[in-house]
Design a protein. Structure first.
Length: 94
């Protein structure tokens, strides 16, 4: 199995960013809200927002997986409740 890991920082709360800056195909990805985060982390599509989504507190995680071809980490978006909060991710690559 091949894996990839990284950290995504959302500089400005309310401005969603992509989980990964380039296309990265994966079968499964686990996204962790860093324990040191002051606010919540929100995971979704390009329309993810703290006002419309359920958030994760620091230390919580979500795993996304598919039984189809792949997930593209470029298509997963993050938002935060506090400027500069971060997410760690661990992906099992295709």
């Amino acid at each position: 199995m091949r894996f990839d890991a990284g950290v995504s920082t959302v500089s400005t709360a309310g401005t969603a960013v992509r989980l990964h800056a380039t296309s990265l195909r994966a079968r499964r990805v686990t996204i962790y809200a860093q324990k040191a985060n002051s606010g919540q982390l929100f995971v979704g599509g390009s329309d993810v927002a703290s006002s419309t989504s359920t958030g994760m507190d620091g230390g919580e995680s979500i795993t996304l997986e598919t039984d189809k071809n792949f997930l593209d980490l470029y298509d997963i978006w993050l938002d935060v409740g506090t400027n500069g909060d971060k997410a760690d991710f661990y992906a099992q690559k295709v």
